[in-house]
Design a protein around this ligand. Structure first.
Ligand code: UGA
Length: 313
């Protein structure tokens, strides 16, 4: 089995590669343009005879011979995807078209990592897969959430029109070791700030919620979805819901009780509440997350301390 992972040098992609490489007969090809991914995340794989790393931007066609595609490529941090919004759209639309064209030529099964952002500033809580979302089509986040929505549409149209085997995961806020220290998302920001003894920047109002999923739990969900029979979309996330104030307190308590918490301005269109309904994932895949936030934060802290060169005192 030869498997292509787009965006395989990122947080989720690199952990997914580790899991895929465990199977003795699998060959893994990663395509990544390193816009947010890092070769460092794959360093223990480089040189392995069953592994290949290609610097490639998937908004351009890719000609490889493979059996399965995990299509993850796209910047995931709001700071990065807004920084080059047109590129974000190209990755989601042209990139997904290219991957679907590849899947069509080779009759390969393709899994697309969509996002909770397709629900936008949700008017339903928690979010079920049947909810169509509340998304601003012309806002600063639209490149990402509308881009992912369009990619889902493309997946289903290729499935209906060409019989392509598709799988769609809607991923809710993932965190874990290997996250870019300057990624800009909230868990990595707070952990890096706590280690550096800089104030934790809670964006106002601080009562907005997110549900954070540990990366290894998520990767198990992705492989189960790929190997199962359901097209999805299926929510993959941890239903434990926290306000940003609560997250800051948890980081303070677990990493640095002395660290200050400061309130800073928020950015436009920030979703107010987010929590996955994972009934479908439990029923269809028998999947649910195992690592809660209080267990996951210290695992990520270990990795950040090592990379920042700040041991526990
Ligand atoms: O994982 C998801 O489900 C999606 O959500 C993320 O977007 P968001 O949840 O806004 O990610 P963060 O930037 O981590 O923000 C989460 C919350 O923390 C707050 N925040 C962020 C950064 C910070 O320093 N302080 C802070 O309070 C934000 O205002 C927001 O309410 C990203 O769009 C995608 O990675 C992803 O697809």
């Amino acid at each position: 089995m030869r498997i292509l992972v787009t965006g395989g040098a990122g947080l989720i992609g690199s952990h997914l590669v580790d899991k895929l490489m465990e199977k003795e007969k699998s060959e893994v090809i990663v395509a990544d343009n390193y816009f947010t991914g890092s070769k460092d995340n794959l360093k223990k794989r480089i040189g392995h005879p069953r592994f290949e790393l290609i610097r490639h931007d998937i908004s351009r066609p890719l000609f490889v011979e493979i059996d399965q595609i995990y299509h993850l490529a796209c910047p995931a941090s709001p700071i990065f995807y807004k920084y080059n919004s047109v590129k974000t759209i190209k990755t989601n639309v042209m990139g997904t078209l290219n991957m679907l064209g590849l899947a069509k030529r080779l009759r390969a099964r393709i899994l697309f990592t969509s996002t909770s952002e397709v629900y936008g500033d949700s008017l339903e809580h928690p979010q079920k897969e049947t909810y169509w979302g509340n998304v601003n089509p012309i806002g600063v986040r639209s490149c990402y959430d509308e881009g992912k929505r369009m990619a889902e549409t493309l997946m289903f149209d290729y499935h209906r029109q060409n019989g392509i085997e598709i799988r769609i995961a809607r991923i809710f806020n993932t965190y874990g070791p290997r996250m870019n220290i300057d990624d800009g998302r909230v868990v990595s920001n707070f952990i890096a700030q706590a280690i550096r003894n800089e104030p934790l920047t809670v964006q106002l109002p601080g009562t907005q919620t997110r549900s954070f999923c540990y990366v290894l739990d998520l990767v198990d969900g992705l492989t189960q979805l790929m190997e199962g029979t359901d097209t999805g979309p299926i929510n993959l996330g941890n239903p434990g819901e926290f306000t940003m104030n609560e997250l800051a307190k948890a980081v303070q308590e677990l990493i640095n009780p002395e660290v200050q918490i400061s309130e800073v301005e928020n950015t436009p269109d920030d979703p107010r509440q987010r929590k996955p309904d994972i009934t479908k994932a439990k029923e269809v895949l028998g999947w649910e997350p195992k690592v809660n936030l209080h267990e996951g934060i210290p695992l990520m802290e270990d990795d950040f301390r090592q990379r920042l060169g700040v041991p526990r005192t």
